[in-house]
Design a protein around this ligand. Structure first.
Ligand SMILES: *Cc1c(COP(=O)(O)O)cnc(C)c1O
Length: 380
């Protein structure tokens, strides 16, 4: 019995594992952030497949919900946004190679000028193409990633001021560490940034946006909001690290679900999964769930809880590439029962923050490693 078309073939083949993405919650989170930052504009960060939530749908929703602009890491991501018809500004944060400049300029993508040489290359390319380039200057205030050191920033500002074919639409930096319990480095970076900006503010002919805050800065250091903020993880309803006050009324956007596909009784002392890293302390019931590290559900999450029939149950033994085992003790579970790996069931909830805390994996990695093998199901 073969399905008639590829479309039905995919539906026909589907495992019960899926990631449910609430576009309504995403919209709500954008609005919560917007109202918290007041007059600052919001650049919604959608890099890495919208933090694993699905690139196109997330970008479209954020544009229609009123985001000022979108932020991505690579030119390919920006081109995809233009291809699907995104009209608002798109900034690429990542390092630039001059061969890419024609694509940036032709597709009206905002470029990060992170050195004097790159600024000169952007100006040269814009002049050669006879079009204007939109540029954000990048100042390094302590991350030691891309960007001109704050103490050398006048050289980049001078190069930008000389440019005839470029619109300098922003100047930005990025925090290395925003921990609510110790904001000293973030404060120092903000001060370095504002001090270095003075040189440019005295000379610039056109207005531009000053920005430094990502999710952590938005929540813990309101002085850093400036003209624009760049939330990523907070948009998806997840806190960047423990210790943040819940100042934003954000809610989780992603729910990760599967179903029980196998039930067995494991005898006391029997090892479960590869390497027998866990053995049953007494006779127990173990169910198998069709998700594993091949889907991006990392092996480090072994030992975390899932929800089945409203109860928390631990993952036991090593997580396999495509399957994992859950100890339900003397509890009941049947083939087809819903399993929640992230999200709510009954009165309980497994959050990305909880998984991160337990596994030592950052909440960012838990989200972005979920790969294309897990179908995304979007709801309003
Ligand atoms: C990824 C990124 C962000 C978003 O960071 P979150 O911590 O997810 O809010 C903002 N700005 C830059 C430059 C980034 O690379």
């Amino acid at each position: 019995m073969f399905p008639p078309s590829e479309q039905t073939f995919i539906a026909f083949q589907q495992r019960p594992t899926s990631a449910h993405v609430s576009l309504g919650s995403l919209r709500h989170n954008l609005q919560a952030i917007q109202s918290f930052v007041g007059t600052a504009k919001v650049m919604a960060v959608v890099k890495a497949n919208g933090y694993g939530h699905g690139f196109d749908a997330v970008a479209r929703e954020l544009e229609s919900a009123g985001a000022h602009s979108l932020g991505v890491a690579y030119i390919e991501e920006a081109l995809e946004l233009r291809r699907i018809g995104i009209k608002i500004p798109v900034l690429v944060f990542g390092g630039l190679l001059k061969e890419q400049l024609e694509l940036y300029i032709r597709h009206d993508i905002d470029v990060t000028a992170s050195s004097v040489t790159k600024m000169a290359q952007i100006e040269e390319a814009a002049g050669r193409l006879g079009r204007r380039a939109r540029v954000h200057l990048k100042i390094d205030t302590g991350l030691e990633r891309i960007g001109v050191h704050y103490y050398s920033s006048p050289s980049l500002f001078d190069e930008a001021l000389r440019a005839k074919h470029c619109d300098i639409v922003g100047v930005y930096s990025h925090f290395a560490d925003v921990r609510p319990e110790d904001l000293s480095l973030a404060r120092l970076q903000l001060e370095r940034f504002l001090n270095s900006l003075r040189y440019y503010e005295e000379r610039a002919q056109a207005p531009f946006l000053r920005h430094i805050a990502a999710s952590g800065g938005i929540m813990a250091l309101t002085d850093s909001h400036l003209d624009l903020v760049r939330p990523g993880i907070a948009l998806y309803g997840v806190y960047p690290a423990p210790g943040f006050e819940p100042v934003l009324s954000i809610r989780p956007v992603l729910k990760l679900k599967s179903q029980v596909v196998y039930f067995k009784v494991v005898k006391k002392g029997a090892g479960v999964s590869y390497g027998h890293q866990w053995a049953a302390p007494q006779d127990t019931r173990v169910v198998t769930i069709p998700i594993g590290y091949g889907d991006g559900y990392l092996r480090a999450l072994s030992g975390s809880d899932v929800l089945i029939r409203g109860s928390r149950r631990p993952i036991v033994g090593a997580i396999c590439m495509d399957q994992l085992m859950v100890n339900i003790g003397q509890g009941e579970a049947f083939n087809g029962d819903e399993v929640i790996l992230v999200g709510e069931q009954g009165q309980d909830r497994v959050s990305v923050e909880e998984l991160a805390k337990r596994s030592g994996v950052s909440p960012y990695e838990i989200l972005v490693t979920l790969n294309q093998r897990v179908p995304r199901v979007f709801s309003a």
